[in-house]
Write a protein that binds this ligand. Structure first.
Ligand code: B12
Ligand code: SF4
Length: 493
């Protein structure tokens, strides 16, 4: 890059949102492990983009609104307290949020960026982030503001209409962002760049979508920007504070992008259009080896939708990473698990396999979820995981249209009779981009939709129904199902 623009990437803005907006129930003492991950786990999507820009020679600075300011374990430690009470950890005090906010605006003044990159990925704090972007715009009126991430991808027009962002990157961000920076630095137009939206005069212009890159290995891995994202203190604190057996430790990497399925509640079908792309086993090995040297010990999470999809590739990955000093946790689909696969995972130091079960009601699973899996396949896969000495983690949705309370109680019985006690029930939450969100929106008025918004900062909605007419009833019944399974669990397990 000949003429380098001063580019600033803002990381951990979602953490600042959690500290300032304090959405319920994030600051309840009992959610401390989840909250610490939300505050400290790095934004992997933004790391991927930053890694690519760095490799291309851009002058990129990253500021971490949580990890640069609050990097000691003691700040995140929850003193013994009633689990229902509000957290008494130091990071929960108002002055902690103030310190992060002051840091943001001080950096903006001192660095005076020409281009600012801001991820808006998770729907949960999206409205907060949009309003923070407006404050940033006021502080940096001449800066070009670019946003990207999964929320931005599906809300480009709304974000641009706010007036704060200039450009939205839709979908995969590495190449598109580099092309934007090149165009801005050359004074060239944006018109030929695929996969972006921007304000053009009074209107909003959406360029055609970009085909995702064919060769994922051509991208540098996200940990090439570990210093910039202050990864070490994050992982040190998370590894020390995350409870034993937590299956998403906060450190990890996706060895593939995209899932071939089309479940109705999931964003993946709209993001990846049913296409799965893989990193090579050699690339995966290089990333894990890099991490095991830089951040030794603990557990590593492969967040792929379908980690075990290709048997041959899996065998090669396991052959390469088995000797590295980590234990591993994955998520995958039940149809990509059998006794041979689970035995090879267990031999290689894998400890936990998360499986999206969604529902043990066959009709709901096929017709409402579109899971394309039979209940018996899910149970068999979970039993195979258990039988190999690993821990299966099953997740279920409460509130799927047509599923009754009785059916959930039967699910709890099936789980208990198969010894599958690590399962969680989540209330049905829907968001734009999924098939279930379209169904939800057709059935509610605008006013009702507001009532069902999870919190004022969020663009996620609780899907109520005749069975669970209010958000409170839906969440209370999900809690009830979790408690019912817990109380069915034998004391010695
Ligand atoms: C690992 C992971 C986590 C980790 C790390 C999170 C993180 N911030 O990266 C942990 C465990 C902490 C986590 C927590 C949560 N997660 Co999570 N997580 C994932 C997972 C499995 C992988 C993320 C990843 O590595 N993606 C790979 C990269 C390459 O893709 P990407 O993020 O889309 O990024 C690309 C583009 O979007 C774009 N891009 C991204 N950022 C930016 C920024 C700019 C400026 C630009 C230009 C472009 C750009 O370019 C990137 C590279 O191509 C995804 C599922 C998935 N497949 O993405 C869920 C997912 C993102 N998580 C999800 C959720 C709901 C959560 C939680 C809210 C759960 C909870 N109840 O607490 C929290 C939120 C915490 C937080 N602070 O972010 C949902 C989000 C859906 C939604 N409604 O918002 C997903 C999609 C899973 C799902 N199917 O439901 N998660
Ligand atoms: S199998 Fe998992 S990742 Fe794939 S579409 Fe269904 S829920 Fe999404």
């Amino acid at each position: 890059v000949e003429e380098c623009l001063k580019v600033l990437l803002i990381s951990d803005a979602i953490g600042l949102g959690i500290m300032e907006a304090r959405p319920e129930p994030a600051w309840r003492a009992r959610y401390n492990a989840l909250r610490n991950k939300d505050l400290l786990a790095p934004d992997y999507g933004a790391m991927h983009v930053a890694a690519y820009l760095k490799a291309k020679g851009h002058d990129l600075r990253v500021i971490n609104l949580v990890a640069d300011v609050h990097d000691r374990r003691a700040l995140f430690t929850e003193p013994p307290s009633d689990p229902q009470e509000i957290s008494r950890s130091s990071v929960g005090e108002p002055r902690a949020a103030r310190a992060s906010r002051d840091y943001l605006f001080r950096c903006l003044r001192e660095f005076d960026p020409e281009v600012l990159l801001m991820p808006i990925s998770i729907y949960n704090m999206a409205l907060y982030l949009r309003s923070l972007l407006s404050e940033i715009r006021e502080a940096c009126p001449d800066c070009r503001i670019i946003t990207g991430g999964i929320y931005s991808t599906f809300h480009a027009a709304e974000i641009l209409e706010d007036g704060a962002a200039d450009i939205v990157v839709r979908g995969e961000g590495e190449i598109a962002t580099a092309e934007i920076l090149e165009a801005l630095s050359d004074g060239g137009g944006l018109g030929s760049i695929e996969g972006i939206s921007y304000r053009d005069g009074q209107g909003v212009f959406h360029s055609p979508g970009r085909r995702p890159a064919r060769d994922l290995d051509s991208f540098p891995h996200p940990y090439t920007v570990s210093e910039e994202f202050n990864i070490k203190p994050r992982f040190d604190i998370l590894s020390a504070l995350i409870p034993d057996g937590d299956y998403i430790p906060g450190g990890g990497f996706l060895t593939s992008r995209g899932c071939p399925e089309a479940c109705s509640f999931c964003l993946d079908p709209a993001l990846n259009k049913g296409v799965t792309r893989f990193h090579s086993p050699r690339y995966v090995h290089d990333v894990v080896r890099f991490c095991s040297t830089s951040f030794p010990g603990g557990s590593f999470f492969f967040g792929d939708a379908t980690f075990t999809m290709s048997r041959k590739r899996l065998g090669r990955i396991l052959g390469l990473i088995g000797d590295l000093p980590y234990s591993y946790q994955i998520q995958t689909r039940a149809d990509y698990l059998d006794d041979a696969i689970t035995a090879s995972l267990a031999d290689c130091g894998f400890t936990t396999v998360a499986i999206g079960a969604e529902s043990f009601n066959e009709t709901i699973l096929q017709r409402v979820v579109n899971k394309r899996l039979r209940v018996e396949t899910i149970i068999a896969a979970a039993r195979a995981v258990l039988g190999s000495g690993m821990s299966p983690v099953l997740t279920f949705i409460v509130g799927l249209p047509g599923e009754s309370r009785g059916s959930i109680h039967r699910t709890v019985e099936i789980l208990a009779s198969n010894g599958l006690y690590r399962a969680s029930f989540f209330p049905l939450v829907v968001f734009n981009g999924t098939a279930l969100f379209d169904q939800f929106r057709r059935g509610v008025s605008a006013g009702e939709m507001e009532r069902l918004r999870i919190n004022p900062c969020s663009e996620e909605f609780l899907f109520t129904s005749d069975e669970y007419p209010t958000p409170e009833e839906l969440t209370a019944f999900a809690d009830e199902a979790n408690l019912a399974l817990l109380s069915a669990k034998p004391a010695d397990l």
